[in-house]
Design a protein around this ligand. Structure first.
Ligand code: NI
Length: 405
């Protein structure tokens, strides 16, 4: 910490975008310090104890009331508005990834095998920055602003846990905004997507049960490896033959395990994978056909397939009116030329979808790329980094979104 925040003492609060951005840029050193501290101390999902404590300490400094310990490490702050009505929520995620940081920067991860390679340190810092901007503008806020610092985006879907613990109640939430760093987008730009933005996911486990025999006498058994190979091939035809060519779906098996040794016909093979879809109707068709195909192919070859499907993340669907709120904020900050409307959804998942299934809102992208500085690596990469000037833009846009609803 190199400077202490002073909420409430801004001489003339001004929510015009230019003034807000100036103020966000003025507090950039404070934000960079926070971000680098979090970056040096990454924690995995549901273990974000230090991160959570830092957030609480900073909210205390800003004079913002908060509750800690939601789903273990979640923190929820509340900035009251003039009226006692439903809140606008802003959300950040806290967790890092199990990855070794390969950067050569003074702020690289100090924890072996863990790294903020998805920019959640940036998201957390931005939410603190937005909180500081808004705390200095309490009298301009029509209603309260809820600040959601959420654990475990990368693992168990912390959003779902917080919703179960009542994060969208008391006060109720009328609108919610979240952002994600995007190293494909140049710093100074924002990426917006109307409607579907991210896929749903389902975890898939197929177990092929055959019957063991001596490898020299396979006719005496049922070879689970040969059956599993056919099941894998046949299941791939679900996307190519059962899904309308204009729709999207992905089926990927990530692991195959089976057999014991070279001279034994395998009695059991386990396949683990994931299914991604954008449309709930397509999701229903794909999951049904995966099950039928695996069971049918295995049965035809004298084996048995046991199919377990576990729903994971919901598809993320933005509310178009809320995307318009973000679009106005973005244009006010960086001009129309800095607003990129993304024309295709992506097949990755994001647990912000769980909030959007309950309340209208928008999830959008913050440009962090800087080719001249070599900041070009994708998220989840061992060299991932961001142009830190994006912190000011992120804080300013989230504050504007809260003021604009
Ligand atoms: Ni992420």
């Amino acid at each position: 910490m190199d400077s202490s925040p002073s909420p409430g003492v801004a001489s003339e609060p001004d929510h015009s975008a230019a003034a807000l951005l100036d103020e966000a840029r003025a507090m950039l050193p404070w934000m960079v310090d926070i971000r680098r501290d979090l970056h040096r101390h990454p924690e995995l999902g549901l273990e974000e104890h230090r991160t959570s404590a830092r957030v609480c300490a900073l909210l205390d400094e800003l004079g913002i009331a908060h509750r800690a310990g939601l789903a273990g490490t979640g923190v929820v702050g509340l900035i009251p508005g003039r009226e006692d009505r439903a809140a606008v929520a802003l959300r950040a995620d806290l967790d890092a990834l199990p990855l070794q940081d390969a950067k050569q920067t003074p702020y690289r991860s100090e924890v072996a095998g863990k790294m903020h390679a998805c920019g959640h340190d940036v998201h957390t810092t931005i939410l603190l920055g937005a909180a500081r901007l808004l705390a200095a503008r309490r009298e301009e806020l029509a209603g309260p602003v809820k600040l959601i610092f959420q654990p475990a985006e990368e693992t168990v879907g912390g959003a779902k846990l917080l919703i179960e613990e009542g994060v969208l109640e008391e006060p109720p939430v009328a609108a919610i905004f979240g952002l994600h760093v995007d190293p494909e987008l140049e710093v100074g730009t924002f990426g917006l997507r109307y409607g579907q933005r991210n896929a749903s996911s389902d975890d898939l486990k197929l177990t092929v049960h055959g019957r063991s025999a001596h490898a020299a006498y396979p006719a005496g058994g049922v070879d689970a490896i040969v059956v599993a190979a056919q099941v894998v091939s046949a299941v791939q035809s679900v996307v190519s033959r059962n899904v309308d060519a204009r729709e999207s779906a992905v089926i990927t098996f990530g692991t195959v395990n089976g057999g014991t040794q070279a001279n034994i016909v395998a009695s059991r093979v386990e396949l683990v994978g994931t299914v991604r879809c954008l449309d709930p109707r397509i999701r229903e068709i794909v999951l049904r056909r995966v099950r039928q195909t695996a069971e049918g192919v295995a049965a035809g070859l004298g084996a048995r397939a046991e199919v377990e499907i576990r729903p994971s993340y919901e598809a993320l669907v933005n509310d178009d009116a809320m995307v318009d709120v973000v679009r106005r904020s973005a244009a006010a900050l960086v001009g129309e030329q800095g607003v990129v409307v993304i024309d295709r959804p992506n097949m990755g998942v994001e647990d912000f979808a769980f909030y959007l299934a309950k309340v209208p809102g928008a999830f959008f992208s913050l440009g962090v790329r800087n080719e001249a500085e070599g900041i070009v690596h994708p998220i989840h990469h061992e060299l991932f980094d961001v142009d830190e000037s994006s912190l000011a833009l992120g804080a300013a846009i989230q504050a504007l979104n809260a003021l604009g609803v």
